[in-house]
Design a protein around this ligand. Structure first.
Ligand SMILES: Cc1cc2nc3c(=O)[nH]c(=O)nc-3n(C[C@H](O)[C@H](O)[C@H](O)COP(=O)(O)O)c2cc1C
Length: 446
């Protein structure tokens, strides 16, 4: 058996900064990158040349003027990735779609379309949306608390999966002589009636190359973990230490086993940021300069987003963290826990803002130091791979030019794609059509 290799995703976030610090003011960062398809195509081609498994597009559907600059003006993921699909041939294309603000029929159709357009390279990051304000953009929708949003997500995934089984592999006979385009016996209606959705089906697009594009889930609340355990192929996370990542993986794997899944089928891919220089000291100096560039107003705006828009500007930065109640429906569960902890410890607002800088694995160092850290996480079982946020162009270039060759040299990363589809490259098992007998399914995947 060839050794399993680590997986790599590239998170393409336009003007370079997911958390809204000052990076966009760096002259090396193109100011219109978030709406420039040429920029995305260039980055995706570079990722493909470096044999990344996938590029990944994050998304949301609500802003205020204080949101990070990339959020204010960005392309919609499926539209963007359709264009990228036509300009690339091997790299996976993972799109974020919210189950809270989409109908499952649309989700199933759009992802099947992307999977056909890309010839088997689509993936879906399932999110329930963090921002309660999103409801205001969707005609009378209610954001819903965690329980409701994740229940809806669960039903949505089941409906989407069901719709992807509408057509058997060989349903389209396309036989001119016999004047028979379709074998209707191989077309299956869903007839779903549930708590949130009524969907008759079938889907109006054939079974796509992957049958089921890989499903990704990033929530780490108990509800998010359960959703991953039941349905996800990949769990993304913002784990900061190998132990945190391992604990998450062990918990989700145990939940997966409890619902009868093989836990080895799940991949754990934490987020990663890098600052790369010839020496560790130089890299740390660059990192320090960039971090201090972020202004306090931006940090307060990010905090405000987690508190569903609460205005923090009037508070004394050095007084204990204000005693305000976090809206239950908003934000990220880990953040709720951190705020509770900060309040118990009597931390100031400024101290809380400082801890928010280290929200995921960030490594500043030489190429060797970065490779060593990734190898340590991988070999200790804490991660099956990494989701690299593409931030400063210089770090992106050096990661590909200087870090990847070290990983390839150590036998940790491949220098060629091994399969045609994203599912294949990730080493995920094929998903059989539920209406086909085993022998025909096996033949279709041969
Ligand atoms: C790498 C990564 C990417 C994410 N991308 C998105 C996104 O694009 N849109 C979104 O609404 N939430 C995104 N999230 C947030 C999660 O999907 C989830 O909503 C959040 O973690 C809150 O859920 P939780 O409390 O269960 O963790 C992302 C999380 C991670 C770790």
């Amino acid at each position: 058996m060839p050794r399993e290799l680590l997986k790599l995703g590239a998170v393409l976030i336009g003007i370079g900064d997911a958390s809204g610090k000052g990076l966009w003011r760096d002259p090396a960062v193109p100011l219109d990158a978030s709406v420039d398809i040429d920029w995305y195509v260039k980055q995706a081609r570079e990722a493909e040349e470096a044999k990344f498994d996938f590029v990944f597009i994050v998304d949301s559907q609500y802003i205020t003027p204080d949101f990070p600059n990339h959020h204010l003006n960005r392309l919609e993921p499926l539209t963007l990735l359709s264009a990228v699909a036509a300009a690339t041939s091997r790299i996976g294309l993972v799109a974020t779609i919210s189950t809270t603000y989409s109908e499952p029929f649309d989700i199933a159709r759009r992802l099947a379309s992307l999977d056909l357009i890309s010839r088997g390279r689509a993936g879906w990051n399932i999110v329930t949306s963090q921002d309660p304000g999103t409801a205001g953009n969707f005609s009378g929708s209610r954001h819903g608390d965690y329980e409701t949003r994740y229940r809806r997500a669960t039903e949505s995934v089941e409906v989407v999966q069901g719709l992807w089984h509408s057509y058997e592999e060989d349903a389209f006979t396309r036989d001119r002589t016999a004047a028979r385009f379709l074998d209707p016996a191989k077309l299956h209606r869903l007839d779903h009636r549930g708590e949130f959705f009524s969907v008759t089906g079938p889907l109006n697009i054939q079974r796509s190359p992957q049958g089921q594009p890989p499903l990704v889930q990033a929530g780490t609340s108990p509800q998010g973990r359960e959703l991953s355990a039941r349905y996800a192929d990949i769990a993304f996370s913002f784990a900061r230490t190998p132990q945190e990542s391992l604990d998450l993986a062990n918990d989700i794997r145990a939940r997966a086993e409890a619902v009868g899944r093989d836990p080895a089928e799940l991949l754990f891919i934490p987020a990663l940021s890098v600052t790369i220089a010839d020496t560790d000291e130089e890299a740390r100096a660059i990192e320090r300069a960039r971090t201090s560039d972020g202004d306090i107003r931006t940090a307060l705006a990010n905090l405000s987003r987690q508190f569903a828009g609460h205005d923090f500007n009037a508070y004394d930065l050095d007084a204990p963290f204000p005693d305000i109640v976090l809206p239950e429906a908003a934000g990220i569960s880990r953040f709720h826990e951190e705020i509770d902890h900060a309040k118990r410890e009597g931390a100031s607002l400024r101290q809380v803002l400082e801890t928010q800088v280290a929200t995921w694995l960030r490594i500043a160092g030489s190429p060797g130091t970065i490779a060593d850290t990734l190898e340590h996480w991988y070999e200790s079982g804490a991660a099956d791979g990494f989701n690299l946020f593409v931030q400063h162009p210089a770090d992106w270039d050096r990661f590909r030019a200087d870090v990847l060759p070290i990983l390839v040299g150590r036998g940790l990363y491949r220098d060629e794609y091994t399969a045609e589809t994203l599912r294949g490259n990730l080493g995920l098992p094929p998903v059989a059509n539920q209406h086909m007998r085993d022998d025909r399914t096996a033949a279709a995947f041969a």
